[in-house]
Write a protein that binds this ligand. Sequence first.
Ligand SMILES: C[S@@+](CC[C@H](N)C(=O)[O-])C[C@H]1O[C@@H](n2cnc3c(N)ncnc32)[C@H](O)[C@@H]1O
Length: 304
Amino acid sequence: MGRWFESITAHHTLMFSKSHLKKNFSEFLTFYKNRPIKNNQSGMKIDHCYALFTLLKKIKPKYVIESGVWKGQTTWLIKNVLKNSKIFSIDIDLSQRDLIYKNVKYLEKDITKHNWSKLDKNKTLIIFDDHVCFSKRLNFIKKNKFKHIIFDDNLPNHHISYYTPKMIVENQYLVKKEFIKYSNFFRLIKFIIRIIKKDFERNTKINFFNRYIKITYPIKNNKNLKKNFDSFKKKVQIYYEFPPITKFNYKKRFIKILTNFKEFVPKNYKVKRPIFSNSETHLPKELKSELNVQYSNICYIKLN
Ligand SMILES: C[S@@+](CC[C@H](N)C(=O)[O-])C[C@H]1O[C@@H](n2cnc3c(N)ncnc32)[C@H](O)[C@@H]1O
């Protein structure tokens, strides 16, 4: 009973009232219209930038570690929202940057390869936007006693190939699928080599369709994984998914996968109610087109 209650309260943490999110939005829009990268393909767009903007203003961390820099749009956002914070921006490939700031400390390695012992963890926020499986971050977070985390691609099971905080708090075991188009020569060759080497585990399902191959890996739910997940969940004080700006549209969000891989079975899922109704938003065309296309339940986690 006690644990059930804990998980329910953790999932329903209310960090911002709807009226606050509505009011705050016009300040954000003025800010966002000045973004240096107008089309941040593969990076955060309007929904998640608004989430980050609002969360940073609330948490006010003294130190920010950003894992996943890409062109530098989120570095720009963090730097301009938190004028006095020390920023560490990490990417395994820093050559992709279009924006480089003198007073940001850049590191070209994985976050786990750096010594963070000097930072006060009560005043440090990590922003994970690096496409690394969250289960691979749990020991690092625990050992280093990090307490404030934002996780960007927080999709539910069946929609991403690695663990996210959402899957863990929802007690899910990852169903890992891979789609390989025959036209993707490089991936096709890799697949053939794996077949020749008998590299696939038992119970891996391989289906051949007209235009692509679908691989479904067996579910791994070993004791160690469960232990790590339980220990993480016990420490969760706040788990907050930031809502989308307008109503979540499953078809628009997953249009690519739904059209490219016809056998993909849509698994609609619950998303937080939007901040605005569609009739309430009067955005310019180029911003309207950014709505929804990337929304992935970006979340803030506060650990004990
Ligand atoms: C989605 S992009 C980041 C987008 C950026 N935050 C933005 O919104 O503009 C993901 C980035 O993660 C980087 N990446 C991949 N593995 C990484 C790792 N282990 N540590 C840090 N960055 C990594 C990639 O090189 C890529 O630049």
